[in-house]
Every structure is written in C-alpha cells, then in structure tokens.
Design a protein around this ligand. Structure first.
Ligand SMILES: [Zn+2]
Length: 469
C-alpha cells in the first residue's frame, strides 16, 4: 500500500496520459529509443536519429524547419514544454555541454536525458524563453528569473524560469559562455492531492480524516464555484486510497471528470446519451462500491439516491450548492429529502473558500485601512501581526504565492441531528454548530489574517462574518 503519496492526477483531456500510471515516461515512453548512444542526436546534426514509434513534439519541430532551413524557435520551445508535460516531468533542464545543448527532464526527482540539440540554438531558445517571461532577452551574463504561462492544455500551465550564466569548454583553451536554464512546470493536471496540503487547520484536517474513516454516511462539501471543492474531494479520495490500498472499492460519477485518479473508477456523465446522475448511480449501486463520490447533488432524484446509499453501508462524498454550510440541510430538505432520513445519513458538511496567501519572500508588516479594522473582532487586534506581500520577482510582483483553503467543518452530532429533524432554521442551526465547536470560515480567515498568512483585504473579499446576510 502506498502510504505516503496520492497517485498523481492526469488530465482526462489527454487520452494518452490515462493509461498505466506506472509507465516509464520520457524516451522509452515516447518511442524515442532506449538511451543507447546512437539514439542521441549530436551537436550540429539534429536530424541524425532514426527512431521507431511516435515522434516527440520536439523532434517534429526540429524536423519541420521554416523557410531557408531555419528552425521555428517558438514552436520548438512550446514543443519542449509539451513533451515535458506529456512525460509528467516537474522540471526541464537545458544546458550547454561540450558539443550539444542537452535537454533533460526531471521525473519523480531524477533527471533523465531527453534530447541533444545543436549548440547554436542555445541563444535563440534562451531569448525566446526570456521574451515569454518578460525578461531582458539580451542579458546573458547575469542570472534572471521569471514566470510564463504556456496555454498548452486546458487551464494553462505555469512555468517558472531560471537563467544562470555558465562557461563551458570552447575552441582550444578558451571558455565559451552559455546559460543553464531550468524551467519548473506547474501543471494543474499533474497535481497530487493530499488532505494535509489543502491548507486546513489541524483540527479540520483531523475531523475530515475521522469522517472518512467511517464506513457509512454522507459527507457534503459546499462553497461557490472555484472554492476548492474538487481539490478537497479528490484529496479525500486519495486519502482513502492511501489508507486502504487495493482493498477498497471507490467509484465516482462526475460531470466532468476533472482529474484521472489511480485505483478509482471514474464515470463521466453524458447527458446526450442519457447517462445522467440518477441513471449512473442506480446502476453503480448494483456494483456495491464502498465509497461513492457524486460530482454534485442538484436534483431530488440524485439527492434521494445519495441519501439511500449513505444509509445502506456506503460512504458517500458529494458537493452541493448552498449559500452557507448550515444551509445545506435546508437545501436537501427542499430537494424532498425527509428530515429524519437526512439526519441519519449525513455525517458532516465542509464549507470552503479559496484565498490567496502572502508571498513569503516579499511579505512585510503593514497596517490595514482603519475602516477595515473595524470589521475585525476587537479581542484579536492587540495581538494582530498584519502582513502583505509587496511584490517581488518570484511572485511576479503580485505579492501572493498560491492559494489556500479556508474551511469550516460542521460535524453532525446528536444535537445537530435533533435540529435537522425539527427542520430548525438555518441561522439557529449555524449558531448551534458554533456552540458545538465549529470554527467558521470567518473565524478561520481572521485567525490566519492576524497571524500574517493572508492579507486582511483578501479575507474580507472572500468571507463575511454573517454568511446568511
Ligand atoms: Zn513576492
């Protein structure tokens, strides 16, 4: 059993990547030979290789010169990135060796040679990458760093580029100058999903894991579009795979399947073929999986099947649109679910928002606008350590470094069950959940803002003290 890492996600948009997750990528995978010396191009002879099997994008770019034999450098660079993504590599290393410009991909932490390009392309490739990253393209004697976005696949891919001047053996006893280029690839389709990396506080992460340990019941995630529900739900499924290995049967019904996960059977809703949520779920129930993930509950029939599944020995994980975490119960009752069935089946509701984190390299103490400070609970003000990113090269002058989730976990205990059965109004139910220890999105945001992790403005943009207003 793999207890350390979740299987890496793969984009369903790239059918070739949906095969065996354990496949060996790069040269062998792309049909580029076995790595024996005669398979490598040598400098100035880029077209020397005779290879069988599929041709890499890079090779196609090299073998399709523009007018007068000039290689299309923009296409070549795009092809290199595409090949690196295809190979599921995390970095591209481009550096001048004695007789060639060597391109290596880093795969699972290990560098592997991918291609040897003619040395005379080095400057042009470097200049092209610098243009993409808005850097000084003629500067080759000082290190430079930047960001670029390659819209190679749906969702785009972020590249972080680093240029470092090096020398290498030149003609005779002289040294020639060159650059070592490293491109880090942040491919949303190759993320790993980990409950501990969602940004949840320890208590929320522990509660989530405890709920996932239960063999039966329904766990619902709620939040607006782009609040991290999919990432959290995939992290939950990966947690179950890592915990139980091949002994657990997990099936999903999604619209759309956003990431392809190993060891999980994922089904794609197809309305044109009348493969709807209810149709898929009714059929799936006959296969009796232990864990069922439903992309979204948005109609009474799906809601009813989900509740029944949660009551009959399955762990059901799904998302539902609702204005607030506590409002999920009213939403389910509006979808014709009997309160007593809901109270017995639902085990927890996780409310989510995504917020931007301060860049650790350029965040500095600051004093928020006094009008904003009036919104902060006064007991937090004396100890507050406000910080905000000022913008640096690493964060592309944004002041932010990635996003993190604010979360509120409403676990269903006996008092909450009683409240659901009496159709308690959402506001009272929210207060009851808080009485029983639910830290709200607002409280979570305030705690992480006053500790300097997130600017106050960012928290106020994302959550309100009273979600029901
Ligand atoms: Zn920064």
């Amino acid at each position: 059993m793999n207890s350390t890492a979740c299987p890496r996600g793969q984009s369903p948009l790239s059918p070739e990547r949906n095969g065996n997750p354990n496949r060996q990528p790069v040269r062998k995978d792309l049909g580029l030979g076995t790595g024996s010396p005669h398979h490598f191009c040598i400098a100035n002879r880029p077209f020397c290789c005779q290879r069988d099997g599929p041709v890499s994008q890079t090779r196609k770019a090299l073998e399709s010169p523009q007018a007068e034999g000039e290689i299309d450098i923009a296409r070549l660079v795009d092809a290199l990135v595409a090949d690196a993504i295809e190979a599921q590599s995390s970095d591209i290393h481009i550096e001048p060796w004695d007789t060639s410009l060597v391109v290596r991909f880093r795969l699972h932490g290990v560098l592997k040679e991918f291609e040897h390009l003619p040395l005379q392309l080095a400057e042009k490739i470097s200049a092209r990458l610098k243009v993409m990253a808005n850097l000084v393209n003629y500067e080759t004697e000082r290190p430079q760093e930047g960001h670029a976005r390659a819209d190679l696949m749906a969702g785009g891919v972020e590249l972080r580029l680093s240029f470092f001047p090096v020398v290498r053996g030149g003609e005779g006893h002289s040294f020639a100058r060159g650059e070592k280029i490293v491109i880090r690839i942040f491919d949303p389709s190759s993320r790993s999903f980990d409950v501990d990396e969602l940004g949840f506080d320890q208590q929320t992460a522990a509660t989530l894991k405890e709920l996932l340990d239960r063999p039966t019941g329904m766990l619902l995630l709620t939040g607006p579009t782009g609040s991290g529900k999919t990432t959290a739900i995939y992290a939950a499924l990966c947690h179950l795979v890592n915990r139980h290995g091949s002994t657990i049967s997990i099936s999903t019904v999604e619209d759309p399947v956003e990431f392809n996960l190993s060891q999980i059977s994922q089904a794609q809703i197809n309305h044109a073929r009348e493969f709807t949520y209810p149709v898929a779920l009714r059929s799936l129930m006959r296969q009796d999986p232990q864990v069922i993930m439903i992309g979204e509950i948005r109609d009474p029939e799906t809601a009813s099947i989900a509740v029944q599944a949660g009551l009959t020995g399955h762990l059901v994980i799904s998302t539902i649109h609702s204005g607030s975490t506590a409002g999920v119960f009213a939403r389910m009752i509006n979808m014709e679910i009997e309160p007593f069935l809901l109270a017995s089946s639902i085990i927890g509701v996780l409310g989510l928002r995504l917020v931007r984190k301060n860049c650790p390299l350029c965040s500095m103490p600051y004093q928020p606008d006094p009008t904003l400070l009036t919104k902060v609970p006064s007991d937090l003000l004396p100890e507050a350590s406000w910080r905000r990113g000022g913008g640096c090269e690493t964060c592309n002058q944004t002041g932010f470094a990635g996003r993190t989730a604010l979360a509120e976990m409403l676990t269903v205990n006996e008092p909450i069950q009683d409240a659901i059965m009496t159709k308690m109004r959402t506001r009272k139910l929210q207060a009851l959940a808080q009485e029983h220890g639910m830290q709200t999105l607002w409280e979570s945001g305030m705690a992480r803002s006053t500790s300097g992790e997130i600017p106050l403005e960012e928290v106020l943009r994302s959550v309100t003290e009273d979600p029901l207003t």
